[in-house]
Design a binder for this molecule. Sequence first.
Ligand code: SF4
Length: 108
Amino acid sequence: MTTTVSTDLCDDLGLPRPLAMPDWWHHAACIDIDVDVFFDTDTEQARQVCAGCPVADLCAASAFVEEVESATHTFGVRAGMTAEERSEVMRVWLQERGIHRRRRGRSA
Ligand code: SF4
């Protein structure tokens, strides 16, 4: 994948480009929270933290950029979305544009 894909994805989803504010994570609502919350099978607490996060849009953009660029499956809640939810957003976005990406060892 090229950078164009991720920046187009951010633009299409109405998200900022993460590099526009490289230190955004300093403002994250989760900065002092045990990260295990974001990997719990019960996602409710993580979603509540994300719901009050002032940089959730940048977090979402960062997650999408990382995941679309690497084409790897990631884990945990980011920007209030599970990995499966993020993957579905990206799958639809890529499919609508006829973009095929490869996951490790197989086509996606
Ligand atoms: S949106 Fe959630 S995961 Fe992302 S920085 Fe904010 S609190 Fe952390």
